[in-house]
Design a protein around this ligand. Structure first.
Ligand code: SF4
Length: 284
């Protein structure tokens, strides 16, 4: 008899749920609401919100004059200089930045005011990193995303404040810190990877010991979803990354006895349930 096992922790995190609730509340007030970029890294949920009236637009394409238009800052945050400029142009900002991202932004300001050189570990083009950059002194800031970049980082100062993208894989952060600590004195105010990422990572590792294959539900451009997928592969388990039930090849999965399911932090329960229901129908 084939079995399907869910990871102990998966799916929506606090910051994503909070951003969705803020968007829904603004829409319920019958306001026209524009999210600055896609609200979350999940196409299905973004479409549901679009059906409720949420619009998505990049800062660069907004009209010069805001005329009181409501703009929603998503969980990743937004560069404070951009926020100031939008307010001056007459936009009304509603801030859905995740409180954990805000804590990292505050730590960057604290480090800057303490005179420390800041090193951010994360993907330079990710929205959270682009927002973080705005809180740092751009002349005393480096952004790196790999062990190779850590090896060749060349900063004259010896004291560095380091923090990471909230969704970075904990093992990658540890490896980069080990490399940097050989040449620099590292300062950290606290763990900057968010507990939701760590909990989902621990859960996928535990799951990999109980199953023969892991289905990772989520969008491929979601950093934490990709992290779950890579962790499953690193554990030596075959893994499939699918955005929704219709993308799943049950034929491939039928070769395995014990099938695990996990999901990224932007995946609603109904999408996970549909994947599980399809697997149950096919395998049981
Ligand atoms: S992954 Fe963590 S930091 Fe990012 S939105 Fe979710 S709770 Fe906040």
């Amino acid at each position: 008899m084939k079995t399907i096992i869910r990871a102990d922790v998966m799916g929506y995190c606090m910051g994503v749920e909070r951003a969705i609730k803020i968007a829904e509340k603004e829409l319920e007030a019958n306001r026209r609401v524009i999210s600055l970029g896609l609200l979350i890294h999940n196409a299905i949920e973004n479409q549901r919100l679009a059906d409720l009236g949420l619009e998505f637009q990049e800062v660069e394409t907004l009209p010069e004059q805001g005329n009181g238009q409501t703009l929603l800052i998503r969980a990743h945050g937004l560069d404070p200089k951009v926020q100031k400029s939008l307010k001056e142009r007459g936009y009304h900002l509603v801030d859905a930045t995740c409180p954990l991202v805000v804590m990292n932004q505050k730590d960057i300001v604290k480090a800057r005011e303490s005179g420390l050189y800041t090193v951010i570990i994360g993907k330079p083009t990710h929205a959270e990193i682009l927002a973080m950059k705005g809180f740092a002194d751009e002349h005393r800031l480096s952004i790196i995303s790999s062990e190779e970049e850590a090896q060749v980082l060349d900063i004259e100062e010896t004291d560095l404040f380091i923090l990471s993208q909230t969704t970075l894989r904990p093992d990658l952060l540890l490896r980069i810190k080990t490399i940097l600590s050989k040449r620099y004195q590292l300062h950290e105010y606290r763990q900057s990877i968010c507990p939701a990422t760590q909990d989902r990572q621990k859960a996928v590792k535990a799951l990999s010991e109980k199953v023969d294959v892991i289905i990772v539900v989520g969008d491929s451009h979601s950093a934490n979803t990709r992290g779950l997928y890579e962790s499953a592969l690193d554990a030596g388990i075959p893994a499939y990354l699918v955005s929704q039930a219709s993308a799943l090849s049950c034929q491939q999965i039928s070769a395995y006895e014990r099938v695990g399911i996990t999901a990224g932090a932007s995946v609603p329960d109904y999408v996970i349930d549909e994947v599980e229901d399809l697997l149950k129908k096919f395998l049981e």
